[in-house]
Design a protein around this ligand. Structure first.
Ligand SMILES: [Zn+2]
Ligand SMILES: [Zn+2]
Length: 254
C-alpha cells in the first residue's frame, strides 16, 4: 500500500514539476543541481561562475586578445578590424558563450522562456557600471526578428535584452529603426562566408531621417562571426547613423 501511495506521490510530483517547469525550473540549467530559490534558472555556484570578458580585447570588435600584460590595450585592434571588416564602430559582449550563460541563452531562445530575463537583468546590472563607453546620446535598438520567426517564438529575445539595457542605462529604446525584410535561414552551422551571404539584404531602414546623425547601440543575444550585427550596422551607416556600437550578451570564442 505504501508503495502504491509512493508511486502516486511521485506521479503527482512529476506532474507538478512538469507544470511548474515551464515557469520555474527546479534544477539548475547548467549543473542540474537543486535550486533553492523559486524562479531561478541557475544555482548560486553556476551563476557566480559567469565571467565578464575582461581586457585585453580588441578595442573595435571586442575579441579577447592574447597579449602580454604590459601591452597598451587601449587602442589594440585585431587583424579583422585592421582590415576594416566591420561596419560597426565597436562591439562588446558581456561574457563568453559557454557554461551557465550559454544555457541561459539557449533556454531563453529555443525553449521560449522569457522568464530567463530575471537571471539576465542582474548580470547586466553588474556589467554596465564597469564600462563607461556608452554616453547619454545613444539610442538602444534591438536587431529585429522577422515577423514569421516572431510568431514561432512568441517573443523577441533581442528586444527584451534591449529594453532592459535601455532601462538600466536610462537611454531611449528605439524599436523600429530597423526592419527585417528577409526571413533568413538560421545562421547556426554555417561558415563565416555563408553567414554573411545569408544575412545580406535582411534589414532595411524605413525612415532614414530617424537614423541620420544618431548614435545607436545595437543589441543582439550572441555574436559569432559578427555577420548579423555587421549587416544591421551597414544598413544603419548607409542611412547616415553617426556611430554604431554593438552589445551582445555572449560571444562565441574563435
Ligand atoms: Zn548549477
Ligand atoms: Zn577586432
Amino acid at each position: 500500500m505504501m508503495e502504491i501511495l509512493g508511486k502516486i506521490g511521485k506521479v503527482g510530483q512529476w506532474t507538478f514539476a512538469t507544470l511548474m517547469g515551464g515557469l520555474f525550473p527546479q534544477n539548475c540549467l547548467h549543473c542540474e543541481g537543486r535550486i533553492e530559490e523559486d524562479g531561478d534558472y541557475l544555482c548560486g555556484l553556476c551563476r557566480q561562475e559567469i565571467q565578464f570578458i575582461q581586457s585585453p580585447y580588441c578595442n573595435s570588435c571586442g575579441a579577447p586578445a592574447e597579449l602580454s600584460y604590459d601591452y597598451p590595450t587601449e587602442n589594440f585592434a585585431c587583424g579583422l578590424c585592421r582590415d576594416k571588416t566591420f561596419a560597426f564602430d565597436r562591439a562588446r559582449s558581456l561574457g563568453e558563450y559557454e557554461a551557465g550563460l550559454k544555457k541561459l541563452i539557449q533556454h531563453f531562445k529555443y525553449q521560449n522562456q522569457p522568464g530567463v530575463m530575471r537571471e539576465i537583468a542582474p548580470l547586466l546590472q553588474a556589467y554596465f557600471p564597469m564600462r563607461d563607453e556608452i554616453g547619454p546620446e545613444f539610442y538602444v535598438s534591438p536587431v529585429p526578428l522577422h515577423f514569421r520567426k516572431m510568431k514561432e517564438r512568441t517573443f523577441d529575445q533581442s528586444f527584451l535584452i534591449a529594453r532592459e539595457v535601455a532601462r538600466q542605462l536610462n537611454l531611449p529604446l528605439a524599436n523600429g529603426l530597423l526592419r527585417r525584410v528577409k526571413d533568413t535561414e538560421s545562421q547556426a552551422g554555417k561558415t563565416k562566408t555563408d553567414r554573411a551571404k545569408n544575412i545580406k539584404g535582411a534589414f532595411e531602414v524605413d525612415r532614414a531621417d530617424r537614423v541620420a546623425g544618431k548614435d545607436i547601440l545595437l543589441i543582439d543575444d550572441v555574436l559569432t562571426t559578427g555577420a548579423t550585427v555587421n549587416e544591421a550596422a551597414r544598413v544603419l551607416k548607409r542611412a547616415k547613423a553617426r556611430r554604431v556600437y554593438v552589445f551582445t550578451l555572449a560571444r562565441v570564442d574563435g
